[in-house]
Structure formats: C-alpha cells, structure tokens
Design a protein. Structure first.
Ligand SMILES: Cc1cc2nc3c(=O)[nH]c(=O)nc-3n(C[C@H](O)[C@H](O)[C@H](O)COP(=O)(O)OP(=O)(O)OC[C@H]3O[C@@H](n4cnc5c(N)ncnc54)[C@H](O)[C@@H]3O)c2cc1C
Lengths: 548, 266
C-alpha cells in the first residue's frame, strides 16, 4: 500500500501552551536552548514552546503555519550538527513528551517492544529495562497496559535496546530522527533496524501513524498522503543510491521503500516524531576486552582478521590510536586514578576494544579461535584487560569514552586563548576493503602537516573519528582543508561523509560532495511535498535559500 | 608462604534502586559482585606475591554454591586457588557464626597459613566484625584498616600502614597475623582475558560442615547471637543546604554566605 491517511487531533487553545516569548527573555532565562552539543549559537528567535501533549504540539504547528513562522524541533539537544539550534522563528522543545506508554510482546516477530513518547531518554529506558521497573506503566489507567507490563516483568529473561549511540541522555525519538548509531551498530545495525513504528506530525499539524511493513512506495516510486480535508500530497521517492557503509547523510531512499524509513534519519525536516515503537533483544552476559597492540597498523590488521573470522561474533569493534593512548598515559602520570584503570602498558601503541557473549559461570570457556586470530596478528591475549561484571563493563565504557572527553577539555582550554578555535572531528565511513587505505591517508596527511590529532571510534565499521586539535588559526585553516580532502576521498571510495552524526546545519558542504545536484534536488522535492512552506527545521540538511 | 584472602559475594549496591511506592529494594537486574574491600585485600596479597617469590594466595569464601563466582573472580585477579565453604547448615549465620566457620575452614584447608587478609567490611552488612572475630578465634595479632602492607625480608613480620581519623599510622605484627583492608589508593586491577580464561583451570576445593570440628548448634542460624530488632535508614547527615521558597537574590546571598563560610569563595 502506498496511500496513507493523516488524522487531526482535538483542538487546544494555543494560549494554554507554555511559551517563552522574546529573544532577550529566552537568552536571559533559558540560555541552554541557544545551542546543542555542536556548540554553534542560535540566531535571534522569538518563541520557545514546551508542549505537554500532541494536541498542544498540533496547536503550535497550526498557529506557526498560519503566521508563516518557521519551527525548529529540539529533543535532548545532544546533536553534534546543530540540527536543533534555531536560526529564526520558534523553537519547540519536546522534552515534556517523556512517558513510556506500553511494553508488549509481538508474537509475529517474537519480540518485546516498547512504545514511548519522543523524549524518553536512552538512559532512562536502559535503567527501566535493567530493573524491569516502569513507573508510568505500573500506574497506567489502562488495564491492558498494566497486564502486558506484568507479563514483561514475569518473563524470566532480561532485555535491552541494542542501539547505543554513546550519549545516553539523547532522546529515544531524537535518536530515531537522526538514525543514530554507536559501537554496537557493528553487530546490531543502526537505530533504523530497531524501529517498528513511529507517529509523526506533519507540517499541517495532522498526525500520521506509520507501523513498519505497512506502507511501501509504489513501483513508480511514490507515496500518496491524504489529509483529513481529502487533499492528497504525492511524494516522489528519490532514486539515488545509499553508500555501502553505515550512513546518516541525507534522506534515505530505496526502490519500493517502507515509508517509515523516509522519516527515520530525516533530521526533522519532513515531520515531527512524537512517539516511537522499538524492539528489544534478550540480554546476554557479555565480556568486554581491551586488547593492547604494538601499532596502529597491527590494529587495522587485527580488525580485518577478526571481521573475516565468521566463527567469532563480536558486538562491537572499537579503536584507540597510539597517540590517543599516549594522551591518556600522560593523564595517568599526573593522577593515576583519573582514568579509572590500571596503568596502560608501556609497550601498548594502539588498542582494539571488543565485546562478545560470555558465560562467567562456565568452567570450560573455549575462546581458542579468538586466541589464534589474535596470535596470528602477532599480539597476545595476555596484553589485554577484560571485564564482565556490570560495574566492570561500565568502567570499560568510561575508558572508551575518555579520549573524546579529554580532547574536548583540551580544546575548550585553547578556546579561552583563541576564541575562534574549534576541534575538527570527522565522522566518515568507507566500505570494508578500504580501511587500510583510508587509515594511511588520515595518518600520513595529519603527520605531514604536523597537526595535533587523535583517532578513535568504530573501526569495525571503518568509521574512525579523526579529531584534529588546532593549536592556532593556521592549524585550523589547514585542518579544514584536509578535512575536505578526506571527505572527497571517502566519497570516491563509496563511503559516507556522515556515518552517524547527521548533516544538520554544519555538514551541508560535505553532503554536496557526496550527492550530485540532481540527488539533492530529489531530497528537496520530498521536503517540498511534505512541507511546502518550508516550516520545519529550516537550514537542516538542505540550505534555506534554495528551499524558498 | 601462604596468604589466605577471605572474600564475600555481595549485591552490587551502587546500582540498587528503591521502589518509591513500597520502599523496598528493586532486586531485578542487580548482580552479585566480589565485595570491593575484599578486592582491596586481594590486591595487597597480589602485590606481596609480586615482590616475593613462592607466595601462594588462597581465596576462601563461605556462601551458597553460586558464591563460587567470587572465587573465580579472585583467581582472575591473582589468587592461585579457591576454597568454597558451603553447606545448608551454614545458612543464616551472623557475623560470629560466619567468623567461627571461616576460622575453622582456614585451619582445615590451609593449616600452614602465614597471613589472613580480609576486607574491612562487606558493603551489604557493613558490620566490620568478621575480620577481627576471625583473628580472635585463631588467636592472631590483627591490624585493621590497612591501606598498604609489606613483608620484611626475614618474612617474620608484616608492616601495615593503617588509616586513622587524621592520617595514618604504621604498625608491625609478627606472623602469622590478620590484616583487614580499607580502600587506600588502590587503582582496581583489570585481569587480562588470558587471566579470565586461566582462572577456570585453577583448583577450587569444597569444604562442608562435616569437614569442620564445630558442633552443629554453633553453625548457621542456630549459632548466631545477633537479633535484628529493627531495620531503619540512618539519619541523613546535615551537610547540605537547601534554599527553598525565596527569591533569586536572597537565594544567591544565602548560597554565597554558605560557600564563604567554608572558604570556597573569598
Ligand atoms: C558525547 C557525544 C557522543 C555522541 N555519540 C554519538 C554516537 O555515537 N552516535 C550517534 O549517532 N550520535 C552521537 N551523538 C549525537 C547525538 O547524541 C545523537 O545524534 C542523538 O540521536 C540526538 O538525539 P537528541 O535527542 O539529543 O536530538 P537533538 O539534538 O535534540 O536533535 C537532533 C536533530 O533531530 C531533530 N529532532 C529531534 N527530535 C525530533 C523529533 N521528535 N521530530 C523531528 N525532529 C527531531 C532536531 O531538530 C535536530 O535536527 C553524540 C553526542 C555527544 C554529545
């Protein structure tokens, strides 16, 4: 079926909605809404809304539509691309839509699913799943909801939500709209793979419920959406190809695609997600291993070996470059407890982190394939750290995130001296076979320009975050140029210029490297069909000026 | 030289949440772990082993059969073998019955021990009694709240840095002796994955009530003197200041005054 119908919601008086009006007041009293984790600054905007329900949200969208005032949507504002930072008009914070609505078993796919409003944070969800304690469901007025929740509680197994986009304060809905991914994407795919349904509010203030597997593009490549007035919009599905890597760059498109996939990863330019339904997976015991290595190149070789050994099933495969370990060693020298781990071995010049299933109670654990694979690359399982208790897994996770945090701290200090400075963090992925080549390119060029740089991240998906830390404006200029040249090469290799952070307001120029003008025009056509007045998230993904 | 380290399995209390309606602990998803203070005791044993050759570390625990997992964990972290003291008859033991059982089990399983290391307390009961009681029962000199330990070259004495209210003291004892350990400056170890795998090959001996020469009425619940009269949360310490129901200027003034008194601002 490629035809869908939207619904209206009961009208609510716009004056009932909590609103802060006037940029000066917003600036003075609500300064956190002026930026996100990209740290770019908002331009003056007039309204800041806090809807408490979909009805209130509809009232805002209709009123702003009537006044032709543009709307930027914010969830938890952890985005790294400035997507939720307004440049005009109104900012709508969805933070009060934060209830879990149901948890139920779906027999057709034999899985538990959670239905939640947009702003339930990933952290809150993880906490509720871990303890199987969902206060909103316990107190629900709906008997069926309470019953299903009880059934979930009585299930002897534990469950978790597989996507883990690092920043756990992100909103579940925000992570769907950005198709966030993380370390575990290596095994479980990006957020997209776990979304079973969404509810979106379109620019006309009407609601669209989209379960996965119900609405598919016609063979001719279109969807038709009927609104409550009987008016139809036709949405042309783009025919460009997605890169053969994980990607969060531009609108998703595929022949006869599922409508839900158009909205997942759309960064809010097509509609506002109010509710999502996501699938859970049975929790298993895991062991986390940090394998120390002689060199970055050995890490690349081990990654390739681990990946091609099909008898090994790793949940993630992450990387710290040699210079990143040196940076942490330096911290440990001054304060051994800061890193929270024993001293990093002196002869470690790179590290690979991985996690896999584990049975701590078993007396004959057989990991000889892993041992052999590591030995073939010239490394030893003795030169590793391993942990499986939950507090150990948490400790290892903290260690994994220590490099980006340390880097951000360094650059914040430098910024105090030279305010124009900022770090350059890449977010690009290439197909498997190009990992050694892209690594050589990154390393040789950063070293040739004598830049301060570190690399870490999702090596299993050939998705390394190269972070350049300019010491002065000269470094920044050469770093920017280098970043562009990296992006060009990534595109030539069939990769993505943004594998997980999205395009937002910051990475449009990279998107233009990746997609030809016709493809961008096709994205524009989807946007125009769904949001003819360009009301939603102006300037995200597609530049404003062409939109009008 | 043999160092016995007493280890206990405890719930990981840092992650425990309280159900706001019933006021009870939410136990779902709470794992059992090696008591952190036992881990520090083990850490000091491993340091001694690194500094001296032919030191053998024996981890011992009393608990249900599943407490074996703390022995595995201890062996990953450097213990050479484990002793699991388990029997239905031990169930319900208070600190005294536990100390009596452990002391006997140590005599039975490691009669030629030189040192007994224990954590200063377990994070689930927080009594800090079992260590000192074992020392009494075994007739050993004891040093509590250790944060550093070294053996002299003759191996007849142990020198322990002990945490006290305003600093530390250094105390020596003649072996055999018992030391209880506090956190000190330990940075927790991380075993290698090879250590984790190897721990599963190390020997674990089982000790039951029949192996010990303790009359049955002195074991478990029967042998316990402690009576729990009432369980209640400790009164909150008043170290925080809540500024409520005043305007922003007044609130800022109060907080400024508070910080100034404590010399955080001048
Ligand atoms: C330290 C750190 C690490 C990070 N690591 C990762 C990572 O590993 N992987 C990854 O993918 N991301 C990562 N991020 C980026 C960010 O956390 C994710 O993109 C996250 O999914 C954004 O969620 P949010 O709720 O904060 O969205 P926001 O930042 O509030 O919004 C992001 C974008 O989505 C739009 N939007 C949000 N909610 C809606 C909605 N309901 N309807 C319509 N549009 C909406 C906004 O307008 C904006 O364009 C990281 C961020 C930080 C700070």
């Amino acid at each position: 079926m490629h035809e869908v119908f939207t619904k209206t919601l009961p009208a609510v008086d716009i004056h009932q909605v909590k609103c802060v009006q006037g940029f000066e007041k917003i600036k003075a009293e609500y300064p956190v809404y002026l930026s996100d984790e990209s740290k770019i600054s908002a331009k003056p905007f007039e309204y800041l809304f806090f809807p408490k329900s979909e009805e209130e949200l509809a009232a805002i969208v209709r009123e702003m539509g009537r006044l032709k005032i543009k709307i930027t949507i914010a969830s938890a504002r952890t985005g790294l691309a400035g997507g939720c930072v307004p440049m005009e008009g109104a900012l709508v914070s969805l933070e009060n839509l934060d209830k879990v609505e149901a948890i139920h078993y779906e027999p057709s796919s034999a899985e538990w699913r959670v239905v939640a409003q947009n702003s339930v944070s990933l952290k809150a969800l993880e906490g509720m799943l871990r303890t199987k304690h969902f206060p909103h469901l316990e107190q629900s007025a709906d008997e069926r909801v309470r019953c299903e929740y009880l059934q979930f509680k009585n299930d002897p197994d534990g469950y978790f939500y597989p996507p883990d986009p690092t920043e756990m304060s992100a909103a579940l809905g925000g992570s769907v709209v950005t198709n966030a991914s993380g370390a575990r994407t290596y095994r479980y795919g990006p957020t997209r793979a776990w979304v079973r349904g969404i509810r979106v509010m379109l620019a006309n203030g009407e609601i669209l419920d989209i379960p996965r597997g119900k609405y598919f593009a016609s063979p001719a490549g279109q969807f038709v959406i009927w609104d409550s007035q009987g008016q139809a919009f036709s949405i042309p599905v783009p025919d460009y190809q997605q890169p053969k890597t994980k990607s969060a760059a531009g609108l998703f498109a595929a022949p006869q695609m599922d409508l839900i996939d158009l909205f997942i990863g759309s960064e809010g330019i097509l509609g506002i997600v109010t509710r999502v339904e996501v699938a859970l997976l049975k929790r298993e015991e895991k062991v986390s291993v940090i394998q120390f290595l002689e060199s970055d190149e050995q890490a690349i070789a081990l990654t390739e070996a681990l990946r091609s050994e099909k008898r090994l099933q790793l949940d993630f495969l992450e990387f710290y470059s040699g210079n990143a370990l040196d940076l942490l060693r330096e911290l440990q020298k001054h304060e051994p407890s800061t890193v929270g781990m024993p001293f990093i071995p002196q002869d470690a010049h790179a590290a690979i982190f991985f996690e896999m299933s584990f049975d701590s109670k078993s007396e004959n654990l057989d990991y000889h394939i892993l041992e052999e694979t590591i030995a073939r690359c010239g490394a030893r399982l003795e030169d590793s750290w391993a942990g499986y208790e939950s507090r150990e897994l948490d400790r290892f996770k903290v260690f994994r995130h220590m490099i980006p945090e340390t880097i951000n701290g360094i650059i914040a200090e430098r910024k105090k001296q030279v305010p124009g400075l900022h770090k350059l963090g890449t977010d690009m992925a290439v197909p498997d076979q190009y990992l050694p080549e892209i690594w050589r390119l990154y390393k040789e060029h950063c070293e040739a320009l004598n830049l301060e740089w570190y690399a870490f991240g999702h090596i299993g998906n050939n998705h390394l975050h190269v972070n350049i830390l300019p010491r002065d404006m000269q470094d920044l200029a050469s770093g920017l140029e280098l970043y562009q040249s990296f992006a060009r090469r990534v595109v030539e290799l069939g990769g993505s210029v943004s594998a997980e952070h999205g395009i937002g307001k910051l990475k449009g120029k990279f998107l233009r490297l990746m997609f030809p003008p016709e493809a961008l025009q096709q994205m524009r056509a989807v946007k125009n069909a769904l949001d003819p007045d360009g009301l939603l998230n102006p300037g995200d993904i597609l530049p404003v000026e062409v939109a009008q | 030289m043999k160092i016995v380290v007493c280890v206990k399995q405890v719930p990981e209390v840092t992650n425990v949440q309280v159900n706001p309606v019933t006021g009870t602990l939410i136990r779902e998803g709470v794992q059992s772990i090696l008591n952190p203070f036992c881990e520090y005791a083990l850490d000091h044993a491993v340091r001694i082993k690194k500094a001296h050759n032919d030191v053998q570390i024996i981890a011992i625990t009393m608990g249900p059969p599943q407490a074996k997992s703390v022995l595995l964990r201890s062996m990953e972290l450097g213990a050479d073998e484990g002793v699991l003291v388990t029997d239905r008859k031990f169930a319900g033991a208070d600190t005294w019955a536990t100390a009596l059982t452990l002391a006997e089990a140590i005599r039975f399983a490691v009669p030629d021990f030189n040192l007994v290391f224990v954590g200063k307390q377990a994070i689930d009961g927080d009594t800090a009694q079992v260590g000192p009681e074992i020392a009494e029962i075994l007739g050993l000199p004891q040093i509590t709240y250790g944060i550093q330990a070294e053996i002299n070259d003759s191996r007849r004495q142990i020198r322990v840095k002990q945490e006290v209210e305003r600093g530390y003291e250094v105390i020596e004892a003649t072996l055999p002796a018992l030391v209880t350990f506090s956190k000190g400056e330990v940075v927790r170890r991380a075993p290698s994955f090879a250590d984790v795998l190897r721990a599963r090959q190390k020997p674990v001996r089982m000790v039951s009530a029949n192996d010990l020469s303790i009359p049955e009425e002195k074991l478990g619940l029967q042998g316990s003197f402690t009576q729990v009269v009432k369980v209640f949360p400790p009164p909150a310490k008043k170290s925080s200041l809540l500024v409520d129901n005043v305007d922003a200027v007044e609130a800022a003034r109060t907080i400024y005054q508070f910080l100034k008194e404590r010399r955080f601002v001048s």
